[in-house]
Write a protein that binds this ligand. Structure first.
Ligand code: Z5A
Length: 221
C-alpha cells in the first residue's frame, strides 16, 4: 500500500496506546516527511458517527458479528478516505487500534466463526495491512484501573463495562495474534513507566527504518 509506513497500536483498555502514539509522534516529526495520527473506530466523519453509536452500547444487541460488521464499515471509510491516501503520499500513519481489535474484541468469546471473521477482515482491509503493530500488553486489572482513574465519575463505555474474565480473554487473543504474526507484531510490556515503554517502541521503530533502508538499497519490494 503506497510508499508510506502504516503502524498500529493494539492492546486492552488503559494499556497506554494514546499516550505512546503521542510520544512517538513527537519523536517522528524530525524523520517523517508527513505524519498522520488517527484512531479506530473513527478517523473520518462517518466513522466517528459510527463510533458514537457503537461505544454508547446502542449496537450491542446486534451481537459480536453485527458489531464486527459495524467496526468494519467504519474501517472501510477510514481506509478509503484517510489511511490509503496518506500512505500513497508517503506518510507515516500511526493508528490507535485497527483490525486486530476486531479479531480480539468481537472474537474474544469465540461465538463468531473464525472463517467469517477472516472473510470480513479481508473484505474491509484488502491490502491495507499494517507494516508494524505494537501490542501493548498489560494485566487487565492494571489497565482497567488506569482507564477508571482517567474516566473519573463518567460511565464506563460499551467494552470497558465487560467483566474481568472478558478482559483476560482479550489479553490472550492479542498475544495469540502476536505469536501468529511475529514479523509484523511486537509485544511491548506496558506495565512500566511511560518512558521505558516509549524506549522499547522507539527501538522497534529504528529497526523497522533500518530494514526499510536495507530493502531499498537491495531493491527488495
Ligand atoms: N473496539 C472493538 O471492540 N473492535 C474494534 O474493531 C475496534 C475497537 C477498532 C474503543 O475505545 C473501544 O472500541 C475499545 C475497543 C473497541 N474498547 N474500549 N473501551 P477507546 O478508543 O475509547 O479506548 P481504548 O482504545 O480502549 O483506549 P483507552 O482506554 O483510552 O486506553 P489507551 O489509549 O490504551 O491508554 P491511554 O489513554 O494512553 O492511558 C490511559 C491512562 O493511563 C491515562 O490516564 C494515562 O495517563 C495513563 N498511562 C498511560 N501510560 C501509563 C504508564 N506507562 N504508566 C502509568 N499510567 C499510564
Amino acid at each position: 500500500m503506497g510508499k508510506g509506513l502504516f503502524i498500529t497500536f493494539e492492546g486492552g483498555e488503559g494499556a497506554g496506546k494514546s499516550t505512546q502514539i503521542r510520544l512517538l509522534a513527537g519523536r517522528l516529526r524530525d524523520y517523517a516527511r508527513e505524519l498522520v495520527t488517527t484512531r479506530e473506530p473513527g478517523g473520518t466523519e462517518l466513522a466517528e458517527r459510527l463510533r458514537d453509536v457503537i461505544l454508547s452500547g446502542r449496537a450491542k444487541k446486534f451481537g459480536p458479528l453485527g458489531e464486527a460488521v459495524l467496526f468494519s464499515a467504519a474501517r472501510i471509510d477510514h481506509i478509503d478516505r484517510l489511511i490509503a491516501p496518506a500512505l500513497a503520499r508517503g506518510a507515516v500513519v500511526l493508528c490507535d487500534r485497527f483490525a486486530d481489535s476486531t479479531r480480539a474484541y468481537q472474537g474474544a468469546r469465540g461465538d463468531v466463526d473464525e472463517k467469517v471473521m477472516a472473510a470480513l477482515e479481508n473484505a474491509a482491509v484488502a491490502n491495507c495491512r499494517p507494516d508494524l503493530t505494537f501490542i501493548l500488553d498489560i494485566p487487565p486489572e492494571i489497565g482497567l484501573e488506569r482507564a477508571r482513574a482517567r474516566r473519573g465519575a463518567d460511565n464506563a463505555d460499551r467494552f470497558e463495562g465487560e467483566n474481568l474474565a472478558f478482559h483476560w480473554l482479550l489479553r490472550e487473543r492479542f498475544l495469540t495474534i502476536a505469536r501468529a504474526d511475529p514479523e509484523r507484531c511486537r509485544v511491548i510490556d506496558a506495565d512500566r513507566p511511560q518512558d521505558a515503554v516509549a524506549a522499547s517502541i522507539w527501538e522497534a521503530m529504528a529497526e523497522k527504518f533500518r530494514r526499510r533502508e536495507h530493502e531499498a538499497v537491495e531493491g527488495v519490494s
